[in-house]
Design a protein around this ligand. Structure first.
Ligand SMILES: Nc1ncnc2c1ncn2[C@@H]1O[C@H](COP(=O)(O)OP(=O)(O)OP(=O)(O)O)[C@@H](O)[C@H]1O
Ligand SMILES: [Mg+2]
Length: 269
């Protein structure tokens, strides 16, 4: 330390040794929550700022509405105790649904990290503080339906990674404030699958906990008898059961993304 420095500067330096800045402390909390969310590596850098809207003007208002949703979740939904879920649908692949779901999740997590920080700023600013109290918190959890069902079918295999994933999902269904449910109706069409899906939706619906779904299936069709329009026409009973709950959960926040090019094939990445 520079002893000739003015007293005020010395105090600042002392503070830097003892305390993180607000920003740094929030970032530390955020990084733990982000890790616990288990966002796949392929999507971890997805954000609103790196989502290119120039070639899809129709999707711009939807993307903006989702950003507003994440930024104001606390004010409009959490504090008023009326959880709101979201549905992102497009017919085609690669139009950015999962990208935007992850961007929304990350923004929600950052807002949550700020909340945690504000609950006890001096505790979280102290250097050397081990963040044990939030180490096991998972307010937002990302799950892929396909992976969940795949692992669920092999749960008895005693493979540690499979057991770990299923246990993390189960804990999240019960406790997490938000579940990002990626690729709804991808796993498809077996009794086992529908049983699992009904269970998950039931748990979340009954406990009034929100989800962000992405899907390539138009959920409006799943209670219809016509197999031309409903991929699950033989299961309209289950379809109607799911539809009534998902509709109620996502009302006002169902976004249909216009089909543009498949970014996976043509984008720069
Ligand atoms: N407008 C965009 N700007 C930047 N990157 C994009 C955009 N749209 C998609 N991507 C990128 O393209 C890839 C595919 O997008 P994503 O997985 O979000 O599509 P999707 O609609 O979920 O597709 P699927 O229906 O197959 O699940 C991702 O790496 C994503 O980051
Ligand atoms: Mg997707």
């Amino acid at each position: 330390m520079n002893e000739n420095a003015p007293a005020s500067k010395q105090t600042n330096t002392d503070n830097r040794i003892l305390y993180y800045s607000d920003q740094e402390a929030i970032e530390r909390i955020y990084q733990i929550l982000l890790k616990n969310a288990r966002i796949p590596r392929e999507y971890i850098n997805c954000s609103f700022s790196n989502f290119d809207l120039s070639f899809m003007p129709e999707n711009e208002p939807k993307v903006k509405a989702l950003k507003e949703f994440a930024l104001n979740y606390d004010k409009y939904f959490r504090k008023t105790n009326s959880p709101q879920s979201v549905l992102l649908y497009s017919r085609n692949n690669g139009v950015g649904k999962t990208h935007i779901a992850v961007a929304t999740a990350k923004l929600l997590l950052y807002e949550m990290a700020k909340d945690i920080f504000n609950s006890n700023p001096y505790e979280y600013k102290r250097r050397g503080v081990i963040l044990d109290r939030i180490k096991y918190k998972t307010p937002v959890f990302f799950m892929s339906e396909k992976k969940y069902i795949w692992c669920r079918k092999r749960y008895s295999s005693k493979n540690e990674d499979i057991i770990d994933y299923i246990e993390a999902c189960e804990k999240a269904f019960l406790e997490s404030e938000f579940i990002i449910y990626d690729d709804l109706f991808r796993a498809r069409d077996t009794d086992f699958y529908f049983d699992e899906l009904e269970g998950i939706i039931d748990i979340r619906y009954d406990s009034q906990k929100p989800m962000i779904f992405t899907t390539n299936v138009n959920i409006k069709t799943i209670d219809q008898l016509d197999p031309e329009i409903n991929p699950f026409a033989e299961r309209v009973g289950q379809g109607a059961y799911l539809l009534s709950r998902i509709e109620k959960m996502t009302k006002g926040y169902q976004f249909e993304f216009a089909d543009y090019k498949d970014y996976r094939k043509e984008g720069i990445y």
